[in-house]
Design a binder for this molecule. Structure first.
Ligand code: A3P
Length: 300
């Protein structure tokens, strides 16, 4: 569907190595087929678990900070002293599984799993999911820059190459379109909360209040103010527990980029050519046509 901007040889070029599980590619090193199998089939979900679920680059780490702060009534001490991966473990990895197992309740858990391989036990539980989504064009741009610095993701050959891979669902964690349409089928369930990155940007305080209601947490005004302040882009940039600078160079090469890069909406406009923008809109309309949902970004 993207003829004019897509030379055919692009399909033969693939990024670094990956683990494949049920047709979805995962980065090597952290994930294994075994750990993913355990996450899907054996992970013991507790009724008070809170899952932070996203497609990559949609605001995952931002939401970890927000939820972590809400669970701690706005007290930032834990956020400032414990790594986010220990506060909200990635339970699809061996290490994350062990961390999750040892966490006291209520647990905050993180993943990028598409709905079809999400822990089966969740669907028999009262646990909650917060699903954050973002303008896919900004996701693409953020993902491109992130892949340059995050070694297991493999450096993209070019922006255009990454653009095509993204549209074709060839990137790690699979197709953005499938991820979003899959999860949105669960909209309306009382234990699943959908929020956009754009909404967080537009009204962080209102979003925090909304999240508190969803989680059944009553925070006073001062506590909410603390959540908002400590989850701001500036506060997170300064916090080594969430800005990725503690990760080893073999994983995250800080010379090749910054994890908390720009933190804005609409950065795609400085990256996409007119042809790419048109190409993206065509693909978007085709793949999202069955969704009734109106998103803040709605291209076209
Ligand atoms: P950019 O690369 O566009 O700057 P994830 O955590 O899912 O990997 O998403 C990372 C993206 O979220 C990055 O986007 C990052 O800057 C942005 N982000 C993280 N914390 C943020 C915050 N407090 N405010 C705004 N954007 C934030």
């Amino acid at each position: 569907f993207c003829g004019p901007c897509m030379p055919p040889q692009i399909f033969q070029e693939m990024p670094a190595q990956y683990v494949q599980y049920k047709r979805i590619k995962f980065p090597c090193g952290y994930n294994s087929v075994e750990s993913l199998q355990v996450a899907e089939n054996e992970f013991q979900v507790r009724d008070d678990d809170i899952f932070n679920v996203t497609y990559p680059k949609s605001g995952t780490v931002w939401m970890i900070e927000i939820l972590s702060l809400i669970l701690n009534e706005g007290n930032p001490v834990l956020n400032q002293s414990v790594l986010n991966s220990l506060r909200a473990p990635w339970f699809t990895t061996q290490l994350g599984l062990e961390t999750a197992h040892d966490l006291p309740s209520p647990r905050l858990l993180t993943c990028h799993l598409p709905v079809q391989i999400f822990p089966k036990a969740f669907f028999r539980s009262k646990a909650k999911v917060v699903y954050t989504l973002r303008d896919p064009r900004d996701v693409l741009v953020s993902y491109y820059h992130f892949s340059k610095m995050c070694i297991p993701f493999g450096e993209p050959k070019s922006f255009n190459h990454f653009f095509e891979s993204f549209l074709n669902g060839e990137v790690l964690f699979g197709s953005w379109f499938d991820h979003i349409t899959g999860w949105l089928k669960l909209k309306g369930k009382s234990n699943i909360f959908f929020i956009t990155y754009e909404r967080l940007q537009q009204d962080l305080r209102g979003s925090v209040e909304h999240l508190c209601r969803f989680l059944g947490k009553e925070l006073d005004e001062a506590a909410i103010t603390s959540v908002v302040q400590n989850a701001s882009f500036e506060a997170m940039q300064k916090n080594n527990m969430c800005n990725s600078t503690m990760l080893p160079k073999e994983v995250m090469d800080q010379e090749k980029g910054t994890f908390l890069r720009k933190g804005i909406c609409g950065d795609w406009k400085t990256h996409f050519t007119v042809a790419q923008s048109e190409c993206f809109d065509r693909a978007y309309q085709e793949k999202m046509q069955d969704l009734k949902e109106i998103f803040p970004w709605q291209p076209g």
